[in-house]
Design a protein around this ligand. Sequence first.
Ligand SMILES: Nc1ncnc2c1ncn2[C@@H]1O[C@H](COP(=O)(O)OP(=O)(O)OP(=O)(O)O)[C@@H](O)[C@H]1O
Length: 318
Amino acid sequence: MSMMYSQAAPGDDPLGIVAQGLSRRFGAVHAVQHIDFHAPPGKVTALIGPNGAGKTTLLLMLASLLRPDAGTILIDGRDPSRDPAAVRLRIGWMPDSLGVWGSLTAREILVQIARFYRMPEAGIRERAEELLHLVHLEALADQPARVLSRGQQQRLSLARALVHDPSVLLLDEPASGLDPASRVDLRNLLRSLAGAGKAVVVSSHVLSELDEIADGAAFVSAGRTVKQQSVLEAVQHGRRYSVSALDHAALVAALTGFGVEFRPEAGPRQTVSVFVTDDGAAAALLAGLVQAGVGVVSFAPAAGALEEAYMTMETERR
Ligand SMILES: Nc1ncnc2c1ncn2[C@@H]1O[C@H](COP(=O)(O)OP(=O)(O)OP(=O)(O)O)[C@@H](O)[C@H]1O
């Protein structure tokens, strides 16, 4: 991908996003309250939280599209309120819906956006072509955007966010509406964009997917940052494992004998879940079950690391 349109930040400026103490109210609603958020370059950072937690409000502020009531934002070391033009050149923003312009074709939209960014006219067609290829929309390039399916519009929206080769990407629910193959494509694309040194921020509810994409996560709840941690750290806090065996009664007897707490899982198969503190404890438990003669059929993390951390956070809040 051409790096022509992104300039490196000068000197020792921190790259990526560094936001501190961000707050924003809408009337009586405190959508975002004193949030700290950090998204380093070269990493995918997930923004996770329940409906109405303030994720979109936070992303809009980071994208310089909404002014915070309080707090500071630095994008590649630049303050969006002082230097909005420089910040917008560095940011690629993918909203949770494509928005207007339904009568233009996918190609026309990309060309138009490139002109907005004042890219040299000579390179624009080629750039549009490159992006249509990247998001697999070549065959639909000349259809009006309104006839594209939700998933195709999402892909066009992603291409639109990448037109000017930004160094920071803010993606609001990018996987929503995508079919399984497109989700895999998205995952690979986001990993490769991070690999190219961009700071990638993804908000999503689909936590199991984020495990595969994200290096770290910020958990937001009721407008506040609950915690920000790496996916590795999330795993280190212990997690639930799902276990099933040929003989369910034997499994239950062995767990009871070991003094391991377990609970039955909902679902069609007889599976129990147990809490283990770390990978070593999981391995030891599996070895113990096998030694006790239990025919273990499955033994695996019950949920992804981020989902586990999210559920723990939700339980702690209640
Ligand atoms: N323009 C607005 N005017 C009034 N209230 C708003 C506005 N935008 C957001 N809010 C409120 O601020 C809170 C946070 O909304 P936000 O859209 O940021 O949440 P979210 O985490 O993105 O939610 P979701 O996961 O459902 O998209 C909500 O209570 C919402 O109703």
